[in-house]
Design a protein around this ligand. Structure first.
Ligand SMILES: [Zn+2]
Length: 224
């Protein structure tokens, strides 16, 4: 079962509740990890590293509570370093824009969200895009196909089965909906995706920028 690792503050009960509602009905499991813990050492570090590696993505739920936590910065930077081969999502409540200054050197998505029904649906669809439960049967079915061949053809049959499995994976990836708008921060040149127009904070350099739809058109025109 697909899993998403979620860093959060236990003080943000409303935010956690909102995200857990978005997970409900999907085949993706949330793995909650509290930011209140000190930067991990020893067995704890190993366990968290393993939890991140077995997850399909990492969600970091920033808030004013997280902003004031003593060890937050080291903790988030460490987790995002461990998860650098995963999709890393930074979430901030829109009403707290400008009040959060936590910076993360690397992430893929910055989402300024509101706790509304529309946002809950949007979160649910992006969470569901990590569901891999329909890919695994394709792989096992193709492997079973190889096993039906006689002894002489078994080698090539297995190869064909494996190829079919790969095609299944590729199709799955191609059909995965694309979320967000590609942006590059004018100040620090970091690339990532944001998920709405208007003001947003660069989670790398803390600069506040503004994006409107016409800027996307201008960019496309200049490329052509
Ligand atoms: Zn920046």
């Amino acid at each position: 079962m697909a899993q998403i690792f979620i860093s959060h503050s236990k003080q943000d009960k409303d935010i956690i509740h909102f995200f857990l509602e978005a997970f409900a009905g999907t085949k993706v499991k949330p793995h909650l990890e509290e930011l209140e813990n000190e930067p991990p050492t020893g067995i704890t570090a190993n366990k968290i590293e393993n939890d991140i590696q077995t997850s399909n993505a990492v969600f970091v739920l920033l808030s004013e509570n997280v902003e004031h936590l003593k060890h937050t910065r080291d903790w988030i930077v460490w987790e995002c370093g461990i998860g650098k081969n995963k999709d890393i999502w930074i979430f901030e409540p829109s009403e707290q824009l400008g009040k959060i200054r936590v910076v993360v050197p690397h992430f893929n998505h910055y989402v300024l969200f509101e706790r509304t029904e529309d946002w809950r649906k949007y979160l649910r669809s992006l969470i569901a895009s990590y569901d891999d439960s329909h890919v695994l049967p394709t792989l096992s079915a193709s492997t079973a196909g190889g096993a039906l061949l006689n002894e002489k053809d078994r080698g090539s049959g297995a190869a064909i089965g494996f190829a079919v499995g790969l095609v299944g994976l590729l199709l799955h990836n191609m059909s995965k909906p694309s979320f967000g708008i590609d942006v590059r921060c004018w100040k620090c040149s970091s690339n990532y995706k944001i998920h709405n127009y208007g003001k947003f904070r660069c989670g790398v350099c803390n600069d506040i920028s503004f994006l409107q739809p016409s800027q996307i058109l201008d960019y496309n025109n200049s490329v052509i």
